[in-house]
Design a protein around this ligand. Structure first.
Ligand code: PLP
Length: 404
């Protein structure tokens, strides 16, 4: 397959973001298709046995088997690497496949991991429970407590994991501070950048070694496919990540990679609109004056506003709020919604709301959940692309019905 002219990294890395999102990573076959081709194939045929041998030796360029590389997935990976400013990227079947593959690639039995406490439910279960089964101990710290981060390191600490802003509380971690401390202690830092998206926050510029995404969220952005991505340096990819993922196979389907590629073409427009909608909704919910609190990174009342705005260019698409009277009232509010769906995904074009304690964070023990601030009164809203005023009117109506 012939590469599109101009797909030289020295050239494409100079393009502005919007051009990279639309054209970065594209390869064109001899047909000259404008939309990226979907190579729905598991294997590749060789002209002769010698070619097969040479490709397996790495002496000849080309594909051997889609667990190792697939052209449609490669286009998605190259586009992701370009917009992240990373040397290397690999796509995975889900965000959790990206997170667990990254972590399992860099730790071994006897190692110790430091992580922020507030995490997406499955990330927390993996760090706290699953790693322990393989002899990897974890220390969980309050993400905003820099002293606690410093004190958590041990001689055998090899990895740090953090989410910022965290799902669902929006707690923010000082990424540069944590990266500096980790590097002084010889540990690699993995940042889950799902809530910020690759457009609003650049963890690698703050020192992160590995960035992971659930592309299920804003990257697809239209609620169609699961997916994930691991981004890092060529060295970490070659020496640590690839030896693990080549032989364990957490791969993304070429079909899903193709959907992600199409999603990325409109990502900048979608994310900007979601953020402006989220900000309008956050202000309107605050002005309603019926919730115990409303949280959104750009609100004056947001506890970590200064740090959030130092690290992110916009506030993101998620707003959280707390009802005064607990679970029954939270459920009543959800059940009264006419436009926003009761659903636990985020980053979709459709606005979605969930009750984290009974859904996304149900598998986390109650004590851990409360420690993260996920009470029965909490609701998490992922703001979509509808007209903000329709969403606000829906929330006002639901608040009345829920007796707020
Ligand atoms: C959704 C999510 C994940 C997991 O992604 P999946 O694609 O659902 O596996 C990980 N981290 C965060 C912060 C998420 O929101």
């Amino acid at each position: 397959m012939k590469r599109d002219t101009g797909q030289n990294r020295d050239v494409t890395s100079q393009w502005r973001l919007q051009t990279q999102l639309v054209r970065g990573g594209t390869m064109r076959s001899e047909i000259g298709e404008t939309s990226e081709s979907l190579f729905m194939t598991s294997g590749y045929a060789y002209d002769c046995a010698e070619d097969a041998e040479a490709r397996f030796e790495g002496e000849q360029d080309g594909y051997t088997y889609s667990r190792l590389r697939n052209p449609t997935c490669a286009m998605f990976e190259d586009k992701m690497a370009l917009i992240e400013g990373a040397e290397a990227a690999r796509s995975t079947a889900t965000g959790m496949a990206a997170m667990t593959s990254a972590m399992l690639s860099i730790v071994k039995a006897g190692d110790h991991v430091v992580s922020s406490k507030t995490l997406f439910g499955s990330c927390r279960v993996f760090i706290e429970t699953i790693l322990a089964k393989f002899g990897v101990e974890a220390t969980l710290v309050d993400g905003d407590d820099n002293e606690a981060w410093k004190n958590a390191f041990r001689p055998n600490t090899t990895a740090v994991f953090l989410e910022s802003p965290a799902n669902p509380t929006l707690d923010v971690v000082d990424i540069k501070f944590v990266c500096d401390v980790a590097h002084e202690n010889g540990a690699l830092v993995v940042v889950d950048n799902v809530f910020a998206t690759p457009l609003l926050q650049k963890p690698m510029q703050m020192g992160a070694d590995i960035v992971i995404y659930s592309s299920t969220k804003h990257i697809d952005g239209q609620g169609r496919c699961l997916g994930g991505c691991i981004l890092t340096s060529d060295e970490i990819m070659e020496e640590q990540i690839l030896p693990y993922i080549r032989h364990t196979g957490p791969n993304m389907s070429p079909f899903n990679a193709w959907v992600m590629l199409k999603g990325m073409e409109t990502m900048d427009l979608r994310i900007e609109k979601m953020c402006s909608n989220a900000e309008k909704v956050a202000h309107a919910l605050t002005d309603l004056n019926v919730f115990t609190s409303v949280n959104y990174p750009t609100l004056d009342s947001f506890r970590q506003r200064e740090l959030a705005m130092k690290q992110m260019s916009l506030g993101g698409s998620v707003v959280t709020m707390f009802v005064p009277e607990g679970r029954a009232q939270a459920f009543k509010f959800l059940n009264a919604l006419e436009i926003t769906d009761i659903s636990n995904n985020i980053g979709d074009a459709k606005s979605l709301m969930t009750h984290p304690a009974s859904t996304t964070h149900k598998s986390v023990e109650e004590s851990s959940r409360l420690e993260m601030g996920i009470t029965d009164s909490m609701l998490r809203l992922s703001v979509g692309l509808e007209h903000a005023d329709d969403l606000i009117e829906d929330f006002e109506r639901a608040a009345k019905i829920a007796g707020l």
